[in-house]
Design a protein around this ligand. Structure first.
Ligand code: SME
Length: 147
């Protein structure tokens, strides 16, 4: 399914729903259904200097990630989409699900500041491409409106 179609589905699923947890939960379910070859997808929400586990699909995961730590904390600190083709080569990677081999993490903003990250994990090394980076950037404003 194209990212344009996913964007329309995400819009339809969340439009007019004023419940943040419900919307993020449905967003993670939609991404898990529509993006192939993922073993974990979900949100970490920034509380002070700590990313705290939010709605997700996948195995139970670590609850707190300090800003600047792991792939999620690095993407949040750098404020940019981070593609990690091989998590074993990423210093400080936090292994929640041992099956994860590659990751894409996208920061999400509220009032111009990083307020959350979306973390996608795949069991396949090099799963995420520049096309995924562009596709996720397409979804970014819709996801940010949910925060
Ligand atoms: N691997 C991530 C931690 C989150 S889990 O993969 C769900 C990281 O290094 O930030």
């Amino acid at each position: 399914m194209s990212y344009e179609t996913i964007r329309e589905q995400l819009r339809a699923l969340t439009q007019g729903i004023p419940h943040k947890t419900a919307n993020l939960a449905n967003a993670s379910a939609l991404l898990s259904m529509t993006l192939p070859d993922l073993n974990w997808v979900g949100f970490y929400l920034l509380e002070g200097e700590t990313l705290v586990l939010g709605p997700f699909q996948g195995k139970p995961a670590c609850i707190e990630i300090p800003m600047g730590r792991g792939v999620c904390g690095t993407a949040a600190a750098q404020d940019g989409i981070l593609l990690v083709p091989d998590v074993h080569q990423f210093p400080g990677h936090i292994a929640c699900d041992g099956v994860s081999r590659s990751e894409l993490v996208m920061p999400l903003h509220k009032n111009g500041q990083v307020a959350a990250v979306l973390d996608l994990d795949s069991p396949t090394p090099g799963r995420f491409t520049e096309a995924d980076r562009a596709g996720m950037a397409l979804l970014q404003p819709i996801l940010e409106a949910l925060l």
